[in-house]
Design a protein around this ligand. Structure first.
Ligand code: SAH
Length: 214
């Protein structure tokens, strides 16, 4: 499938209708999901299923998140806020970074696995997104050289919120991360000065947030 083939476009339109039926209301999120060719981010043999609501393998035991979870996380973060300068932790194949690029002023996406980051770079290149920067780094440390951020989105599940991430939020900034041992839930942290307000959302399943780079 090519970005512009009717098949891919149709499959993407169906995915967006399904996201709507699943409760995603933010039209800008739906438009971003409609614009990014998800099939170009999964392995060739799997591209026929790229628009189904499944997580899919992207190599190195990692997965591209299911479309609903990507849309839902971005919707929670937006909710009346501009994403602004955004840090994504766990770039994986680069899909979510591409979606974020349509909604954020700048996207810094970090990935701890060098081989996956190379793949993300290749996947993103044809889309020519001028506001996405990729880096191989341990995201539990944030990205001090680009901080502070309006938005931090973590695409891997932690047992707690890495303290460095809170410190790299601007005041008024928002951080969304799957947290939990066993069951994970989405946790939204909002910073006002030195006060961090927390709100819990639905249960999710992400690969673990690890430390170090490989
Ligand atoms: N958002 C991705 C999917 C993420 S899967 C997409 O759109 O494809 C989670 C990713 O987080 C994996 O690639 C994993 O290697 C990465 N990861 C886990 N811990 C990390 C850390 N501390 N820093 C950076 N990346 C991490």
């Amino acid at each position: 499938m090519n970005t512009r083939t009717p098949d891919a476009a149709r499959a993407r339109a169906r995915m967006v209708e399904r996201l709507r039926a699943q409760g995603i209301r933010d039209e800008k999120v739906l438009a971003a999901m409609a614009a990014i060719p998800r099939h170009q981010f999964v392995e060739k043999g799997l591209s026929y299923g790229a628009y189904d609501d499944n997580a899919l393998p992207i190599g190195m035991q990692q997965t591209i998140s299911q479309p609903y979870v990507v849309a839902r996380m971005v919707e929670i973060l937006r909710d009346g806020h501009e994403l602004g300068r955004t840090l994504e932790i766990g770039a994986g194949c680069g899909y979510q970074a591409a979606v974020l690029s349509r909604l954020a002023s700048e996207v810094y996406a970090v990935e701890r696995l060098r081989a996956l980051l190379d793949r993300a770079r290749e996947n993103l290149r044809p889309l020519r997104l001028p506001n996405v920067r990729l880096k191989c780094a341990d995201g539990t440390l944030g990205l001090p050289e680009a901080a502070p951020f309006n938005t931090i989105i973590v695409a891997a599940g932690g047992t707690q919120v890495p303290p460095a991430l809170k410190g790299q939020l601007m005041t008024g900034g928002r951080l969304l991360i799957p947290v939990g041992e066993g069951e994970q839930r989405l946790l939204l942290v909002e910073r006002q000065g030195n006060v961090f307000r927390e709100n819990w959302y639905e249960a999710v399943r992400f690969v673990p947030l690890l430390t170090g780079t490989e």
